[in-house]
Design a protein around this ligand. Structure first.
Ligand code: C5P
Length: 227
């Protein structure tokens, strides 16, 4: 939602917090296109792994980013753990982040509005969006969910290892110098540790509806609300 109240919704949060599920539900409810920005970093990582390019070779990294198309985001194996781990490492590169920014900004500028999910969509990519959410859950709960996802894909995850990798990913995402993972001051913080998915989605829809009304001139709402 910008000055003209075009509805742009951002949903940020750590891995396996439930942000993509919430973002998709919001996109469906409000009839908006959805971009999972993590797929951009994953698509670059997948290309590096496929071609054997050294991730510290910045020129090659930026070339991969420049060659990305929407079709690359639809590759099914982008969900693989190895791709996610490499995506989180290359995401600390400020020049890569800048290279991937125009794609995200163009998406957010669609006339019909948009929903973007990621780590910095409310803080860096769309600071003007007034409907922002920050979705989180304890690292133990997120590791449990990730194990469930992996089991559904036929893998046999070891909880302790998944937990350790999750902690490591959180640390990298939160401590990097550029666009670290954090809630925008005007975001609704949704802790999904104990919330069931239906209540979480209902809270998110209520928040966005309230923000939309506020933009349209109704009563203002208080920022950084905690659920
Ligand atoms: O969300 P997902 O797990 O697919 O993201 C993969 C990695 O991409 C994250 O661990 C994070 O380091 C990076 N990322 C980011 N900024 C975003 C989206 C993802 O740094 N907006």
């Amino acid at each position: 939602m910008t000055g003209d109240c075009r509805l742009v919704i951002t949903v940020d949060g750590p891995a396996a917090s439930g942000k993509s599920t919430i973002a998709r539900a919001l996109a469906g409810h409000f009839g908006l296109p959805f971009l999972d920005t993590g797929l951009l970093y994953r698509a670059v990582a997948a290309r590096l792994l496929a071609t054997g390019i050294d991730p510290t070779d910045e020129t090659a990294l930026l070339r991969c980013a420049g060659e990305l198309s929407e079709a690359d985001l639809a590759t099914p194996d982008l969900a693989a753990e190895a791709i996610g781990a490499l995506a989180s490492r290359i995401a600390a590169n400020p020049r890569l982040r800048e290279a991937l920014r125009p794609f995200q900004e163009r998406f957010a500028a669609r006339p019909e509005g948009a929903v973007l999910a990621g780590r910095d969509t409310g803080t860096v990519i769309c600071p003007e969006a007034k409907a922002k959410l920050f979705v989180t859950a304890t690292v133990e709960e997120r590791a449990r969910r990730r194990c469930e996802q992996l089991r559904r894909r036929g893998e046999r995850p070891i909880y302790a290892r998944v937990l350790e990798e999750m902690r490591e990913r959180d640390r990298r995402d939160a401590e990097r110098a550029v666009a670290p993972l954090r809630a925008a001051p005007d975001a609704l913080v949704l802790d999904t540790t104990e919330l069931d998915p239906a209540r979480t989605v209902a809270a998110a829809i209520a928040w966005v509806s309230e923000r939309r009304r506020a933009c349209a001139g109704a009563e203002g709402t208080s920022p950084a609300t905690q659920v």
